[in-house]
Design a protein around this ligand. Structure first.
Ligand code: XLS
Ligand code: NI
Ligand code: NI
Length: 441
């Protein structure tokens, strides 16, 4: 591990290896075997696991009731650039030790925002040069970049949807700088999560203008990035609420409408987060399927919520059966288009050992790996596919096939119904499907 010199942050932890489910080494993969092939691709290729800079390096555990609890040894320098370099060293040491290939960031995860736009841009340039060297030395790549246009108080009324043009322009400048950074680092994708793009009360909101402004803004960003040679995919990351009451990118279906309404369908796909899906009262697999149906299954933010409360708790994935249902959709859709599986997840406030960050990511990777293996077995060995096929068998021949081919009129349906009597009762067999998933777990 040539990268890591005397400045090792995660001391006593070496490279995390696959040891199989019999291993009792907590710092080893039990199911994630990067080179193992599943459905024609290695697990490494299927997942493209990524570390989220914001949670892993910046999130010290503060909540509305108290400050951070975690003392990160890379967060000590009072010099912004030095602190940013220390953080980058810790980031690359972590990703390398995990055996992951990717990381993701917001602009101001990399380095603290300065007092002026010009100084902030200078800082970003400096840290991007440093990251370039780190990428080259380690082979670690940038899955996506994004811009934090929601934390600074100037964005309290939104960024691209702000009622004040000056703020919209400021957000534009920030996105331009973040795009430049992403392109300079060969970022494979660029994400728009609509932080405060939404509203709290319709009384003071011109929704039509705000949404049209978002459409204009996204088109400008896309045109600029393309003019700079960016070849990757743009993602919208849906979320129904938090921080605003009504977010404009509520869920996948809503975001697909935004993409189509503003003519972005050739450049944009979706980045789907588990906890955002459940906040929208959907399942994660539902959201993946909606995206896949539109050819927009781009990337995943892996985490999970909590059954007993209703906010974005961003916990690490650990529910194999639920993830397996998602992996069924994932495999049948042929995987992700351009993106990967980014752990947008944080350890709990009282998980204060540096080791916990490793344990959390190992658990997340193992959950996805085990779920992928389970889903693949179900598709290969069980009657699942044939059951599903049989359920829709009436559309394969006769009038059903003509209906699917668009050859029937409403009158034809009327004739058919009149000559066929009461339709036979056919069970949906949900419990049988559920038992099959269980059988292969
Ligand atoms: C917040 C979002 C955010 C995006 C990136 O809920 O998940 O972290 O992934 O801006
Ligand atoms: Ni996210
Ligand atoms: Ni989130």
């Amino acid at each position: 591990m040539a990268l890591i010199g005397d400045k090792e942050y995660f001391k006593g932890i070496g490279e995390i290896k696959y040891e199989g489910r019999e291993s009792d080494n907590p710092l080893a993969y039990k199911f994630y075997n990067p080179e193992q092939k599943v459905a024609g691709k290695t697990m490494r290729e299927h997942f493209k696991f990524a570390m989220a800079y914001w949670h892993t390096l910046c999130g010290t555990g503060g909540d509305p009731f108290g400050p951070g609890t975690k003392n990160f040894p890379w967060a000590v320098s009072s010099d912004a650039i030095q602190a940013a370099k220390d953080k980058a060293d810790a980031a690359f040491e972590f990703v390398t030790k995990m055996g992951f290939d990717y990381y993701c960031f917001h602009d101001f995860d990399l380095v603290d925002e300065a007092d002026s736009l010009a100084e902030s841009e200078k800082r970003i340039h400096e840290i991007v040069e440093y990251l370039k060297q780190k990428q080259e030395a380690s082979g670690v790549k940038l899955l996506w970049g994004t811009s934090n246009c929601f934390s600074n108080p100037r964005y309290m009324n939104g960024a691209a949807s702000n009622p004040n043009f000056d703020v919209v322009a400021r957000a534009g400048a920030q996105v331009k700088i973040a795009l430049d950074a992403t392109i300079a680092l060969n970022g494979e994708n660029y994400v728009f999560w609509g932080g405060r793009e939404g509203y709290m009360s319709l009384l003071n909101t011109n929704m039509k203008l705000e949404q049209d402004n978002i459409g204009r803004f996204l088109n400008m960003a896309k045109d600029y990035a393309r003019s700079q040679g960016f070849k990757g995919t743009f993602f919208i990351e849906p979320k129904p609420m938090e921080p605003t009451k009504h977010q404009y990118d509520f869920d996948c279906a809503t975001s697909i409408n935004t993409i189509r309404e503003y003519g972005l369908e050739n450049d944009f796909k979706l980045n789907i987060e588990v906890n955002h899906a459940t906040l929208a009262q959907h399942t994660f697999q539902h959201e993946l399927q909606v995206a896949a149906n539109a050819g927009m299954l781009g990337s995943i933010d892996a985490n999970r919520g909590d059954y007993q409360n209703g906010w974005d708790t961003d916990q690490f994935p650990n529910n194999v059966l639920e993830t397996a249902e998602a992996m069924l959709v994932f495999l049948k859709a042929g995987g992700l288009q351009g993106g990967g599986v980014n752990f947008d997840a944080k350890t709990r406030r009282n998980s204060t050992d540096l080791e916990d960050i490793f344990l959390a990511h190992i658990g997340g990777a193992d959950t996805f790996a085990r779920a992928l293996l389970l889903a693949d077995e179900v598709l290969q060995k069980s009657s699942y596919e044939s059951l599903l096929d049989k359920r829709y068998g009436s559309f394969k021949s006769g009038k059903g096939a003509e209906f699917v081919a668009g050859k029937l009129s409403l009158n034809d349906l009327y004739e058919h119904a009149n000559t066929h009597g009461e339709p036979e009762q056919i069970s949906g067999k949900q419990e049988l499907y559920e038992n099959i998933i269980n059988q292969y777990s």
